[in-house]
Design a protein around this ligand. Structure first.
Ligand code: MHF
Ligand code: KIV
Ligand code: MG
Length: 305
């Protein structure tokens, strides 16, 4: 059976697939068709780069979907960027489901994937399956992502056997606090092929040399989504707050900032503070009015109290 045939397309239960194309806010805009798993595989075979971005709540999900990405990932990086935790390993499955539900309320077109948090899938394939089912049923995502190489192949097989698509994640795996120091080129290829064989529909390659990522991409039939892995991957993903310049703590070398949203937000808030303190805000245009006769009535009541 061809490797691509191992990838679940029509799960026995329905995902959130809404067959109607989703109308953008202004109905005149051309509706953006729902991105399905098949769409992503077609992009890959036609060498159309796949665009992915993380989201951690309703508003960031809305921004990513309206911005036109193909994949929205509810990444466990939300532990750090949304919850201020020191690492992703503190995040629980209940935390992740809470955020995934919020993102799913906004994302109508992009293909929605959710990270399985650290400690919710590594013990046994059955544990991985139970966590994946909770993410689909409660988190309302369409696929899950797990970190790890060939040691995760049984978990990938178990999850995909019930029709849940799985995205792999190798290279620098944040949940394992590994760094480039632990990097071995040959293990990347072995792990990638093992995940493909197990049924992953794609693999995130994180923080590995671009020329290695290109060779690995060319050696696979499923798409690779790179983060810090160079332009030779089938697609790219970044943490949304990083690329918006909105997260003040971490800016890995591979992040490009398309704006300075954090700075803009800070400046807007300090102007708001100044205007309230100078009683410039609220102005008349931000204030409800009352008919003069009603005002007089109110004043009379005050006087006669
Ligand atoms: N805001 C944010 N962005 C991310 O991309 C991200 C998170 N948080 N949290 C979870 C993981 C952690 N990530 C990280 C964290 C640090 C580096 C880092 O410092 N990289 C170094 C080189 C890596 C090395 O040589 O060990 C760099 O200079 O980019 C990279 C990715 C990616 N993920
Ligand atoms: C960095 C991306 C791929 C991720 O796993 C996350 O944001 O949690
Ligand atoms: Mg993650």
């Amino acid at each position: 059976m061809s490797l691509l045939r191992r990838i679940p397309r029509s799960a026995p239960f329905s995902f959130r697939s809404n067959s109607q194309p989703y109308l953008a806010d202004n109905a005149q805009a051309a509706p953006r068709a729902k991105i399905r798993l098949q769409t992503l595989l077609e992009y890959h075979s036609s060498k159309t780069p796949i665009v992915a971005l993380t989201a951690h709540d309703y508003t960031s999900g809305y921004a990513a979907d309206m911005g036109g990405v193909d994949i929205v990932l509810v990444g466990d990086s939300l532990a750090m960027v949304a919850l201020g935790m020191d690492s992703t390993t503190e995040l629980t499955l209940n935390d992740m489901i809470h955020h995934a539900k919020a993102v799913s309320r906004a994302v109508k077109s992009a293909f929605l994937v959710g990270d399985l948090p650290f400690g919710t899938y590594e013990n046994t394939p059955t544990q991985a399956l139970h966590s994946a089912i909770r993410m689909i049923r409660e988190g309302r995502v369409e696929a899950v992502k797990i970190e790890g190489g060939s040691e995760m192949a049984p978990a990938v097989q178990k999850i995909t056997s019930v029709g849940i698509p799985v995205l792999g994640h190798i290279g620098m795996m944040p949940q394992r606090q590994t760094s480039m120091g632990g990097f071995r080129a040959e293990s990347i290829l072995v792990n990638a092929k093992s995940l493909q064989e197990a049924g992953c529909f794609g693999i995130v390659l994180e923080a590995i040399p671009g020329n290695i990522a290109k060779l690995v991409t060319d050696a696979l039939v499923i798409p690779t989504i790179g983060i810090g892995a160079g332009v030779g991957c089938s697609g790219q993903i970044l943490v949304q707050l990083d690329m918006l310049g909105s997260y003040h703590k971490l800016a890995p070398k591979f992040v490009k900032q398309w704006g300075q949203v954090g700075e803009i937000s800070k400046n807007c808030i300090s102007s708001y503070c100044q205007e309230v303190r100078k009683r410039v805000f609220p102005g008349p245009e931000h204030t409800y009015s009352i008919k003069p006769e009603e005002l007089d009535l109110f004043k009379n009541k005050l006087v006669n109290q």
